[in-house]
Design a protein around this ligand. Sequence first.
Ligand code: ADP
Ligand code: MG
Length: 250
Amino acid sequence: MSAIISVNDLHFSYPDGKQALKGVTFNVNEGECVAVIGPNGSGKSTLLLHLNGILPDTPSIPPSCTVLDLPVSQGNLPQIRRSVGLLFQDPDDQLFCPTVYDDVAFGPQQFGLPEETVRKRVTSALERVDLAGFDERSPHHLSGGEKRRVCLAGVLACEPSVLVLDEPTSDLDPRGKRELTSLLAGLPATKIIATHDLELVVRLCPRTILLDNGRIVADGPTLPLLSDEPLMLRHGLEKPHILLHSHPHG
Ligand code: ADP
Ligand code: MG
């Protein structure tokens, strides 16, 4: 199997000097669904923002991330952003149009698709996230959960082969979480999901990467990793309730 995403010794500091990633290395193969967990501030969002070049690379340093065999560097960004759909942690960073339709249509329109194709993709994406008929609503007057689903519809409308999702189930109610988890389970795309929703991780992601303080501290099969209570506690997490009665390696 060939790696669809390859991250090699990625370091990143914010302009204020905060060192957010301190040498992160991993590969993701086509079709994998990988969870990225870790306490607040561990670098999950910073890592995800590198996968489609939202955070600027330093021109003097060769790019540390490769997506679909393309180095994530300025010249490759248009092609990379067609293939990698990124759902931001904060929906307000993603929504900027006066109507839901315009927001969901934005990506496909950027690809230069005919308006009829765009319209079909928007309708289908809104149906998938259970927001059929929301086309003319203003995204800014929606609830947190509805906003997040509009963002996801915008990502799905681009039909990316890689989905990079930053806390996709935060602000969803329990039914919304279940529905979104089922929706994601039915998508064939390769997925990388940063989340605190360990139920989603157990249901969806056979593999988990645990980040703490800008470094990967564990990377392996989800069930043994999440069942390792000392490991989880050491990194500010806890063994999920759904695994409480199972044995560590069962
Ligand atoms: P997580 O998503 O795991 O909560 P982040 O990637 O958001 O972690 O943050 C990693 C570290 O980088 C934190 O210490 C955070 O305070 C810092 N950080 C995040 N965004 C910025 C920014 N724009 N400027 C400076 N520091 C930031
Ligand atoms: Mg984050």
